[in-house]
Each structure stands twice: as structure tokens, then as C-alpha cells.
Design a protein around this ligand. Structure first.
Ligand SMILES: [Zn+2]
Length: 321
């Protein structure tokens, strides 16, 4: 673990405190040193030095396609708390103990390795602003290539379906950047089907010898007809038959988090339906561009393509709830 802190000139020297911390560890990384340096750089009692903000994170790894849980502890209850990461506004939820909050950050599959700043802003009840730059050092990851054979119409689509493909692409592209103001998800995430995931997230895909976009989900072994459970609460925002993905259900879990299930044999929900964790939303199938029956699950977090297995590991469902 390496962590250091440096205080920059504040934009509002009398009211604002800015700290900079860096984290490279692959797991929880307490920045106590930063906290201490921050205190000495901005001693209390100098006309409102702002909240003391301690930032840590939890993740399987800092790679493209991973989810980071950012944890923020403040010296007192803040009037407001927010952050920006990878160009997206991040929302915080209470993490349990008083003055401790968490937020989810998605590192997109194609984020450039290197240092990426997370800007945390905490406003005290006295109006003082504390800004902390927390650096995520994203390390490169090599993804393997998988070669698959599918029906030729899924590699070289006939001209009459091109318009449909473009329409469906735009429809999906418009969904994921929307961060719904309500957080529907609570607690751990359920495995949607019992089977193991059999295809690594992020693999470069070559269909019938032609390269296509990287695999941005996890594929679970499951036979046709296996019920698919909602991994958490949400609202169904798409339930449709798409050219490449076959029968699809997309659940908006709120706050920029989406589940996308593809290749279903049956859809058991409709757009606008409110779903609860564990509710069956459809059945496993082999519709669309597939080599056989399986469940494809994509997770989008603030438009970033992240590994669903990271969500299951960081927020495991306890006792099936
Ligand atoms: Zn897949």
C-alpha cells in the first residue's frame, strides 16, 4: 500500500480544505496518514477549517471492468456529500456506522490504465467545503480472446435488418447513461441462476473469424427454461426481442446501476414493472447471437461496463435475501 497526502492552495482559503490522497492497493486501503497530515495542514479553530474527510476503497482489483466501493468517513455529519469519478456524478448511501458513507464507482472495460482522480466534496453544516482528491491507480489487464461460431446472419446481417440493428443500438445507448434519482437496490445481490459463470468478462470476441466488441458481461451455465431471478430490486425499463441479444430484460436498479439479461426463451415481466429481489423476470434460452443456451448478464454502472461477478463478490446476498 502506498498513500500520501498533500494540501493544495484552497480556492476559498478561509472556508475550504483540499486534500489529495493516492491509493494503489487492491483492497481496503486506509489513509490514516492523509488524515493526520490533513489535520496538521488545516488546524481546527482557524475560522472553520471544514470537515475532516477520510477516504478508503474496497475492490477485487483496480482493473478495467471492476467495481470500486468508495468509503468516506467524515469528522461530523456533513450537510452534503458528493463525488465525481470518470466523468460521472457519484451518489453516497449510509454504510452503517454514523458519519460513514459508501458509493459505487464503475471502471469501464476500456478505461486507460493510469491514475484517475475521484473528487470528493463534503459540505459541513457551517457551509465550509472540504474537497478531497482520491486517486485510483488503474492497472492494465490483458483479456483473452474467444473464437465462436454462430449463424452467419449474426456476423453479416442481411440488409433488411440493418435499420433495426441501428435503432436497437441507439435505444440501448440512450438507457445506460440515465442515472435514476431513486436507489431501488438494497443489500446484497442474488445470483440470477444457480450455475457457474463460464465465460470471462472482457474477452475479445471473434465470431466466425471476424472481431467484434469485447464481451461486456458474464455468461452463466443454465439450461433452457431455467428461471432467472432479479438480483436486486428495480424497475423493468426494457423487455423486448432484439436482433443480437434475443429476448432481453433490462432492470434499472437506480442510481445508474442496470442489469441486462439476454438470450431468454421467455420474458415474464413488462416495461414499467417494479421487481423485487428474487422475483423471476424470465427464462434462460438461446435466442439471438449464441452458440447455445445460457444466461448472459451485463451490469452497467454510470454507463461503465463492469463485471457482474464483482457485484456478487462485493455485495453477496446473505441467506438468499
Ligand atoms: Zn454473453
Amino acid at each position: 500500500m502506498r498513500a500520501h497526502a498533500a494540501t493544495r492552495p484552497a480556492r476559498r482559503p478561509d472556508r475550504s480544505v483540499r486534500r489529495r490522497v493516492r491509493a494503489t492497493a487492491e483492497c481496503v486501503c486506509a489513509v490514516v496518514a492523509a488524515l493526520l497530515l490533513g489535520v496538521s495542514a488545516a488546524p481546527a479553530g482557524q475560522g472553520g477549517s471544514g470537515l475532516i474527510v477520510n477516504v478508503t476503497h474496497r475492490a477485487r482489483a483496480l482493473h478495467p471492468g471492476e467495481i470500486v466501493v468508495l468509503n468516506v468517513r467524515t469528522s461530523e455529519a456533513p450537510a452534503s456529500l458528493g463525488a465525481t469519478a470518470f466523468g460521472a456524478e457519484i451518489r453516497f448511501f449510509p454504510a452503517g456506522p454514523a458519519n460513514v458513507w459508501s458509493a459505487l464507482i464503475g471502471i469501464d472495460l476500456e478505461v486507460e490504465p493510469g491514475e484517475h482522480a475521484v473528487a470528493v466534496r463534503a459540505t459541513g453544516v457551517d457551509g465550509s467545503l472540504s474537497e478531497t482528491d482520491y486517486t485510483l491507480a488503474v492497472e492494465p489487464k490483458q483479456f483473452a480472446t474467444r473464437r465462436l461460431r454462430v449463424e452467419p446472419r449474426y456476423v453479416d446481417p442481411p440488409p433488411e435488418v440493418v435499420e433495426r440493428i441501428l435503432r436497437e443500438r441507439d435505444q440501448q445507448a440512450a438507457l445506460f447513461p440515465v442515472s435514476t434519482a431513486v436507489r431501488y437496490w438494497r443489500g446484497g445481490f442474488l445470483r440470477p441462476v444457480p450455475g457457474r459463470a463460464n465465460s470471462a468478462f472482457g474477452r475479445r470476441s471473434v465470431f466466425n473469424g471476424q472481431p467484434r466488441s469485447p464481451h461486456s458481461g458474464a455468461d452463466f451455465r443454465a439450461g433452457t427454461g431455467t428461471p432467472i431471478k432479479a438480483p436486486n430490486d428495480g424497475v423493468v425499463v426494457l423487455a423486448a426481442d432484439l436482433y443480437f441479444s434475443g429476448n432481453v430484460v433490462i432492470i434499472d436498479h437506480g442510481w445508474g446501476l442496470y442489469s441486462y439479461f439476454a438470450h431468454l426463451s421467455a420474458i415474464d415481466v413488462a416495461e414499467g414493472d417494479r421487481v423485487r429481489k428474487g422475483m423471476v423476470v424470465g427464462k434462460v434460452g438461446a435466442t439471438g447471437r449464441v452458440t447455445g443456451a445460457h444466461l448472459h448478464w451485463t451490469v452497467r454502472l454510470n454507463d461503465a461496463r463492469v463485471d457482474p461477478l464483482a457485484l456478487l463478490e462485493l455485495f453477496p446476498a446473505e441467506g438468499g435475501r
